[in-house]
Write a protein that binds this ligand. Structure first.
Ligand code: AMP
Length: 333
């Protein structure tokens, strides 16, 4: 029996952070044995923020090395760079013809980005969900493991797939579904600034590549408050966020210990932060060491990218041909 197809990607706009790791990459690793996996580096998506050629190149290399260091095996999963597969851009153009201004303007991620970069509200930002749909649909992905922040964009991809199938009266695209390993809720890893998610552009992230010294500094500076004043009181968001991070990286005993202290109004945030920092370091240190090693091996990185591009194109060319046939492009002359 054919394995279901999975696709997901990350933009090369910096280092992978704990949000990327626990929201996405950890699931990739767990899925690579049982699914036909495509994991890519979304370099075209990253152009919405206008990187310099040098930053783009080093960002792509960094994510590639980080994927490998985290444990994605290029023999099991297809790891590729988005711009190596031109069929994606072609499908993006076709899907754009049936994507409407109103629905694109209404997406939360567009509204957020337009707020974050008011001087650069480009058409790429507006049609970001269309490109994401092309990424997914070009491989006819059944499942997309993403974090909670991508839920709405994935919903758009489902909408575009259904619309295309309906317009052309053919089930060309399977309708992609979100996926979390173990069937739990989609994860949202909080940042260290008291509210919201951890993100590259939010400046509140801890990277996998981060040195232990810098992790300690960032965690110790995380936003807290003056402490609980009543027994068993509800935690404000900043404190809840620290507990969420601890839930992710620490043992249940550690979480229960600090939860107990909080409920008795005996918590010392400094102690919690010290432990949290060490638990994060225990996670990231081995990955960081592997990243450093892999980054030195350009030959290996080039080999992985080439192999991935070949496998990804094989799948993409097939889908694109079907799409062009059904749209009505014919060789007449
Ligand atoms: P990005 O860094 O925006 O390119 O996101 C790449 C992947 O990481 C997507 O699957 C996101 O859903 C996931 N991701 C990014 N930030 C977080 C976060 N704070 N919590 C959970 N998942 C995240």
């Amino acid at each position: 029996m054919n394995k279901p197809t999975v696709l997901s990607g990350i933009r090369p706009t910096g280092y992978l952070h704990l949000g990327n790791y626990f929201g996405a990459v950890q699931n990739f690793i767990r899925m690579q044995d049982d699914f036909n996996c495509f994991f890519f580096i979304a370099d075209i998506h990253s152009l919405t923020t206008h990187p310099t050629p040098e930053n783009l190149q080093s960002g792509v290399k960094q994510v590639l090395a980080e994927y490998l260091a985290c444990g994605i095996d290029p023999e099991k999963a297809t790891i590729f760079i988005q711009s190596d597969v031109p069929e994606i851009s072609e499908l993006y153009a076709f899907l754009n013809m049936n994507a409407y201004l109103g629905e694109l303007e209404r997406t939360t991620s567009f509204k957020d980005k337009a707020r974050q970069q008011p001087d650069n509200v480009n058409a790429g930002l507006l049609t970001y969900p269309v490109l994401m749909a092309a990424d997914i649909l070009i491989h006819k992905a059944d499942f997309v493991p993403v974090g909670k922040d991508q839920e709405q964009n994935l919903e758009m991809a489902r909408k575009f797939a259904k619309r295309f199938n309906r317009i052309y009266k053919k089930e060309i695209f399977p309708i992609p579904r979100p996926y979390t390993f173990g069937g739990g809720d989609m994860i949202k890893v909080p940042g260290l600034d008291g509210s919201g998610k951890m993100g590259k552009s939010e400046g509140n992230a801890i990277n996998l590549y981060e040195e232990p010294k810098s992790i300690r500094k960032k965690v110790m500076r995380a936003v807290t408050d003056s402490g609980p004043t009543e027994m068993n009181q509800q935690k404000p968001e900043a404190i809840e966020n620290l507990f969420t991070l601890m839930d992710i990286v620490s043992t249940p005993d550690t979480v229960a210990h600090f939860d107990g202290l909080y409920n008795k109004c005996e918590i010392r945030y400094g102690d919690l932060k010290k432990l949290l920092a060490e638990d994060i370091i225990a996670y990231t240190s081995p990955i960081r060491e592997r990243i450093i090693e892999i980054l030195e091996d350009d030959t290996y990185l080039a080999k992985v990218a080439k192999m991935g591009a070949e496998k990804a194109r094989e799948s993409a060319v097939k889908t694109l041909q079907e799409v062009k046939d059904v749209i009505g492009f014919r060789k007449l002359f």
